[in-house]
Design a protein around this ligand. Structure first.
Ligand SMILES: CC(C)(COP(=O)(O)OP(=O)(O)OC[C@H]1O[C@@H](n2cnc3c(N)ncnc32)[C@H](O)[C@@H]1OP(=O)(O)O)[C@@H](O)C(=O)NCCC(=O)NCCS
Length: 198
């Protein structure tokens, strides 16, 4: 899928601009997780640009929306929940604050992207998105989900370990700028759409 999203090895969380809160925040009451649509692209790319040093382009996201084996989900919250009502971009007063992308081939999948707008972090939104992506993957027949994460990305690693992923390998010096190892994590999925296989 790198022909769509480009070289992922330089990519990292945008830590300088967006240090995540170091403790849990008030949970968001009304998070809604749903498939991304074309009219979400503007917000998706805003969140993406805040979150990553090398964000995926609008074109990359657009092309993923059309692919059969790619799941792109967004999380939206009421625009007045920890946010500016002035800049809401939905006629329903809801605002996209996070996205997740998982693609699969046969029974194996890769979690390729997960990003939450900084001011909405530590409210359980990534966990909700991830759970939904895993449930959808399981229903599609996926039995193993893999992901790569920078060694220093403590927030993401804590999230994944808490969601049943386990380390199965390391790619030495996988990432550039800064050079860093990638941890490879895996989680098995049960066939019933939810539970964990191993
Ligand atoms: C990683 C990221 C997606 C987490 O999003 P989030 O919505 O804040 O995560 P959640 O609130 O769902 O956190 C769920 C659990 O993950 C762990 N966690 C999340 N952020 C953490 C942090 N900064 N420090 C420690 N643990 C953290 C906690 O166990 C947390 O549960 P708790 O809040 O009840 O303690 C977010 O920080 C982000 O967008 N980072 C930049 C992009 C990125 O690095 N993506 C992952 C690439 S592999």
């Amino acid at each position: 899928m790198d022909e769509v999203v480009g070289n992922r090895r330089d990519r990292g969380p945008n830590l300088h601009a967006t240090e995540p809160p170091d403790r849990p925040q008030r949970p968001v009451d009304s998070v809604r997780i749903r498939p991304a649509r074309t009219d979400d692209l503007h917000r998706i790319v805003e969140v993406e640009t805040e979150c990553y040093t090398i964000p995926w382009s609008p074109r990359a996201f657009r092309s993923l929306l059309d692919r059969a084996h790619v799941r792109v989900l967004v999380a939206e919250v009421a625009a007045d929940q920890g946010g500016d009502t002035a800049d809401r971009d939905s006629e329903y007063g809801r605002r996209v604050v996070a996205h997740g992308v998982l693609w699969h081939i046969d029974n194996e999948a890769e979690l390729a992207n997960l990003a939450v707008e900084r001011r909405h972090r530590r409210r359980g939104i990534a966990a909700r998105l991830l759970d939904q992506l895993l449930e959808d993957a399981s229903k599609a027949g996926v039995e193993s989900v893999f992901l790569e994460v920078r060694e220093s990305n403590e927030a993401a690693i804590a999230l994944y370990l808490g969601r049943g992923f386990r380390q199965v390998g390391v790619r030495r010096h996988y990432y550039e700028r800064p050079r860093e190892d990638a941890r490879i994590l895996r989680r098995g999925l049960a066939r019933d759409g939810n539970g964990q296989a191993d």
